[in-house]
Design a binder for this molecule. Sequence first.
Ligand SMILES: [Zn+2]
Length: 170
Amino acid sequence: MAILEICTYPQKVLLERAELITDIDQEVAKLAGQMAETMYNAPGIGLAANQVGVARRLIVADAAPRTLESNLVVLANPEIIAAEGEVTSEEGCLSVPDCQAEVKRYEKIAVRGLDLRGEEVVIEADGLLAIVLQHEIDHLNGVLFIDHISRLKRDLFKRRLRKNMAKREA
Ligand SMILES: [Zn+2]
């Protein structure tokens, strides 16, 4: 196992649509394990494959990472098949460091995807897990949480992120 490097805005892999996974093979299982380890280490509650530089449709999430029982969700090719309600909460992102903003999401969702055995699963989620799953599925479509906020605030964040990056590269 290994901790992977997390890509940050404005790296291109975060802004593009990730590819469908056609085969759940050893490589996908290994990537999922490394993504989970990277997420817990960060620490974070969700991670999409393109956040670690892999443009494939794979996400991991754990909305209760501090409980003893593992609540780890791993899904390939996740898609929202039903949604209801509306909830606004503060979000952040490992790929958009030092930025938080209120984002409006569906309150409850049903997500269909493939597990690591390649079997179709449907996860019904509400609360924090519903928000995390929407955030991660957005990633696979090249969408960041800052794309959901006001343009003014987004521009402010983007300027800040570019400045931080310039500082790191200097
Ligand atoms: Zn994120």
